[in-house]
Design a protein around this ligand. Structure first.
Ligand code: 7TS
Length: 414
């Protein structure tokens, strides 16, 4: 048996925790043990303050007014775009489109890239472990165009083999869309290899980075994918904002997705012309305070260092895996060798929803259910799992509280 992995040198989790006001809350009289960051992470005070300052001092609509406030709001919004561009290393801000989040970003690509191009019999290749947000938009566009959705299988560990991806690619494959990290299993996918294989077959690749961006360095240019989608609320930012990063030449060739203000150059009843990138894809008043908050979240992550967050979470993953496996009747679903800090599990004799309720009564917040990945549940022949997930503020005592609550649940149901 291995000893607990050593604390990461210089990583002071108690200091990090002081940045998150919500972590001092009591839940049912117990200290909050928040283990559902994969669903949505908490926000540090700096993000809350940035949004608050924007709303208090700088708000006006963007890209329209000549007056000072509107220019301030526009500046903050466009600076946020530049901040996000740098964070994921997109080539230019023309490649950075603000969306409501990952879901909207994928729908945008399905409808604006996929719908005009896909023909009957063309194939859209997914993997078996995708979140519904990276399945349903493709099913909708398949329905509209006669294209076919296929899914590369995974093994019992939740691993998608590159050789299987290669075997599923063929001359009819137009789009490959896959997660970089599975939200239900934690599997880290070999996306760089997948991109290479898909490009060799002439297919375009979208990576769903919702669960990757908060936990590891993401470099859009180095990944060389065509589209990359992620959400601010899983990376310490606000809800209702996220990004589609897209290869400029492809974005240029795509028609607008939604029509309205801000995305046009001129409108007449005879002919409307469209704005340049990225505005062509941002119809209507955007989520300005959300973008400001997202930029503050990038600042926050960079103030700690994503590589430090990664190392800290990997340590917790190792500790939690070892401790949880000692709970009798507990099975971890998702045992890929390369995992992010997500642990899905079942406990014999206790339905995940009942388990979630008992854990909640102990102040421990975990997600229970199908995690918007019903094909994953079907594959493992289970209705649901409980899922603990970690973030920069998670600590070893959170794992101990979880394990103690799991023992309690076993007692209740024995
Ligand atoms: N893709 C993945 C891999 C996700 O984990 C999620 C959200 C989405 C897409 C959708 O992101 P949204 O911000 O547009 O909603 N995942 C989860 C989860 O695991 N629990 O709640 C939401």
């Amino acid at each position: 048996m291995s000893a607990s992995p050593k604390a990461i040198a210089g990583y002071d989790v108690e200091r990090v925790r002081r940045d998150f006001p919500i972590l001092t809350r009591l839940i049912h009289g117990k200290p909050l043990v928040f283990l559902d960051s994969a669903a949505s992470s908490q926000r540090p005070a700096s993000v809350i303050a940035a949004v608050d300052e924007y709303e208090t001092l700088h708000h006006a609509n963007v890209h329209r007014g000549v007056y000072q406030l509107s220019q301030e709001a526009t500046d903050l919004f466009e600076r946020a775009r530049e901040r996000v561009r740098g964070f994921v290393n997109a080539r230019s801000t023309r490649e950075v489109i603000f969306t409501r989040g990952t879901t909207e970003a994928i729908n945008l690509v399905a409808q604006s890239f996929g719908r005009p191009r896909l023909k009957a019999g063309d194939e859209i290749l997914l993997t078996h472990l995708e979140h519904h947000a990276n399945i349903v938009p493709w099913q909708l566009v398949a329905e509209q165009t006669g294209a076919v959705v296929k899914a590369v299988p995974m093994d019992r560990r939740g691993v998608v083999d590159v050789a299987d991806v290669a075997a599923y690619l063929n001359e009819r494959t137009r789009i490959v869309a896959c997660a970089q990290v599975s939200n239900a299993l934690g599997t880290v996918l070999p996306v760089r290899e997948i991109v290479k294989l898909a490009h060799a077959r002439g297919a375009v690749v979208l990576i769903d980075g919702a669960q990757a961006v908060p936990h590891q360095k993401v470099d859009f240019k180095a990944l060389d994918c065509d589209f990359y989608a992620f959400s601010a609320h899983k990376m310490y930012g606000p809800t209702g904002i996220g990004c589609l990063i897209g290869r400029e030449s492809l974005l240029e060739s795509m028609p607008p997705w939604q029509g309205g203000g801000d995305m046009i150059l001129t409108v007449s009843f005879a002919k409307t012309t469209f704005n340049t990138l990225p505005f062509k894809f941002e119809a209507g008043t955007p989520n300005i305070s959300g973008a400001v908050g997202m930029a503050a979240a990038v600042d926050y992550i960079e103030s700690i260092g994503i590589e430090h967050i990664h190392a800290h979470e990997q340590r917790l993953l190792a500790i939690a895996t070892e401790k949880m496996l000692k709970v009798p009747g507990l099975t971890i679903i998702g045992t890929a060798p390369d995992k992010a800090s997500v642990i899905s599990f079942t406990l014999d004799g206790v339905h995940p929803h009942d388990l979630g309720t008992i854990l909640d009564s102990e102040g421990v917040a975990v997600r229970t259910g199908h995690h918007c990945a019903m094909p994953v549940m079907e594959f493992f022949d289970i209705p649901a799992t409980a899922r603990a997930s970690f973030a920069c503020y998670s600590r070893e005592s959170d794992i101990d509280a979880l394990v103690a609550a799991l023992h309690k649940a076993r007692e209740v149901f024995s």
